[in-house]
Design a protein around this ligand. Structure first.
Ligand SMILES: Nc1ncnc2c1ncn2[C@@H]1O[C@H](COP(=O)(O)OP(=O)(O)OP(=O)(O)O)[C@@H](O)[C@H]1O
Ligand SMILES: Cc1ncc(C[n+]2csc(CCOP(=O)(O)O)c2C)c(N)n1
Ligand SMILES: [Mg+2]
Length: 317
C-alpha cells in the first residue's frame, strides 16, 4: 500500500472532531479561513512556536506535545482577557509517521475541545526538526484588552497560582518524556486561565502570562508601563518553599502560564470573588506598583534579591 499523502494526513487528522465556530464562514479547505467579526469587538491575535529539543523533548508523545503547544498559545489570549475564536496550526514534520500524527491529532482534538477553540486551518510541511506553530485569535470588547502598558503607581501586583512546578519537573521529563501524571501536568497540560482572564477585563489594568519566568515577564510590564514592580518574595506562591535549594528557580524557570496582573486596590475584594468563581486555588497579591525608572525589585524579608538569569532566553544561553 502506498504511504498516505500530505492531503490524506491533513484530512484524517485535522478536518473533524474540533469545536465548531459560529462566526466561521469558511474553514479548512480553502486558501484562507473566513470569519465574520461581531459588532463592537476587537480581534486579539498571537502566534507561538514550539521546536523539538527546545520547547519539549524530541521523543515526547504526540498527544502531550499537542496539548502543550495549544495550551501555551491560547495562554496569550487568556493574558489579554480574550474569548477564543479559533486557531491555525503550522506543522513541520521530520518524517511521515502516521502513528505520531494520529496521536498528535488526538491530543489536539481533546485540548481544543477542552479549551473551546476551533481549528480554522493550517499548513503541513517536511523539515529537519519537528516544529509546531499555533496562531490563535479571540474576541475582546472594544478597548478593554488587558495590555502590558497600563500598570500605574499605587496598584497591586497579583499572581494566579504557584510558579515553578513545570521548571522543577523538567529534569524528570527529560529522563522519561512519556510521563503523563499529576507531577508532569504543569509542563504538558498547563492550566489556561481563560475564564479568569476574561473576568479580569473590568478589574485589572495590565496583565501578562508567564512563559519565560516570573521576574523576566514582570519586567515586560514594568518596561511597557514605565513603573517599578515591587515584589514580596515570601508572598509569591511557589511549588517549593523559600528555604528549598531550588526555590529561586521557581521565580525564573518559566513554563508556568500563570497570569501576572496589576489592579487598583479598590478591586481587591472583587478579584478574590472572581478567583473563587473561576475555581482558582491560589490568587495572591504579591507586590505593588511604584513610580520610578522601570524595574522589578524582589525583596525577601526586606533584603533585595538579585538574579543572574531572570528568565529563559533563546540566545545568549
Ligand atoms: N519575529 C517576530 N516578528 C514580529 N513580532 C515579533 C516577533 N517575535 C516577537 N514579536 C513580538 O514581540 C512581542 C513580545 O514577544 P514575547 O515573546 O514577549 O511575547 P509572548 O508571545 O507573550 O511570549 P512567549 O513567546 O514567551 O509566549 C510580542 O508582541 C510579539 O508579537
Ligand atoms: C525540553 C525543554 N527544555 C527547556 C525548556 C524551557 N523553556 C524552553 S522555551 C521556554 C520559554 C518559553 O518559550 P517561548 O519564549 O519561545 O514561548 C522555556 C522556559 C522546555 N520547555 N523544554
Ligand atoms: Mg505571553
Amino acid at each position: 500500500m502506498s504511504r498516505p499523502s500530505e492531503f490524506d494526513l491533513i484530512r484524517d487528522c485535522f478536518s473533524s472532531g474540533y469545536p465548531a465556530a459560529n462566526d466561521l464562514l469558511l474553514g479548512i479547505g480553502d486558501d484562507c479561513s473566513l470569519i465574520r467579526p461581531p459588532a463592537d469587538m476587537e480581534l486579539a491575535q498571537s502566534i507561538d512556536t514550539q521546536v523539538a529539543g527546545v520547547h519539549f523533548p524530541t521523543d515526547a508523545p504526540g498527544n502531550l506535545i499537542a496539548s502543550r503547544a495549544l495550551r501555551c498559545a491560547v495562554s496569550d489570549l487568556a493574558a489579554m482577557g480574550a474569548v477564543p475564536q479559533g486557531f491555525h496550526l503550522a506543522l513541520t514534520l521530520s518524517d511521515n509517521n502516521e502513528d505520531f500524527l494520529q496521536d498528535f491529532a488526538s491530543g489536539l482534538r481533546l485540548t481544543a475541545n477542552t479549551l473551546g477553540i476551533p481549528l480554522l486551518g493550517g499548513d503541513t510541511t517536511y523539515g529537519k526538526q519537528l516544529t509546531i506553530s499555533v496562531a490563535v485569535q479571540g474576541w475582546l470588547p472594544r478597548g478593554l484588552g488587558l495590555r502590558r502598558d497600563a500598570a500605574r503607581a499605587g496598584q497591586d501586583v497579583w499572581l494566579t497560582g504557584k510558579v515553578g512546578a513545570a521548571a522543577l519537573v523538567l529534569d524528570d521529563i527529560l529522563r522519561d518524556p512519556t510521563r503523563d501524571d499529576q507531577e508532569t501536568a504543569p509542563y504538558y497540560h498547563p492550566r489556561v486561565h481563560l475564564s479568569f482572564g476574561h473576568l479580569l477585563l473590568s478589574l485589572a489594568t495590565s496583565a501578562i502570562d508567564i512563559s519565560d519566568g516570573l521576574i523576566q515577564d514582570a519586567r515586560h510590564i514594568a518596561n511597557a508601563s514605565g513603573v517599578i514592580l515591587n515584589l514580596d518574595a515570601t508572598a509569591i506562591p511557589t511549588s517549593v518553599s523559600p528555604e528549598h535549594s531550588r526555590w529561586r528557580e521557581c521565580l525564573t524557570g518559566g513554563d508556568d502560564y500563570q497570569l501576572l496582573f496589576t489592579a487598583p486596590q479598590s478591586a481587591r475584594e472583587r478579584i478574590e470573588a472572581c478567583a473563587l468563581t473561576a475555581g482558582l486555588n491560589h490568587c495572591a497579591r504579591i507586590g505593588h506598583v511604584e513610580e520610578g525608572e522601570p524595574d522589578v525589585c524582589v525583596r525577601k524579608n526586606g533584603e533585595l534579591l538579585t538574579f543572574e538569569q531572570e528568565g529563559y532566553t533563546h540566545f545568549n544561553r
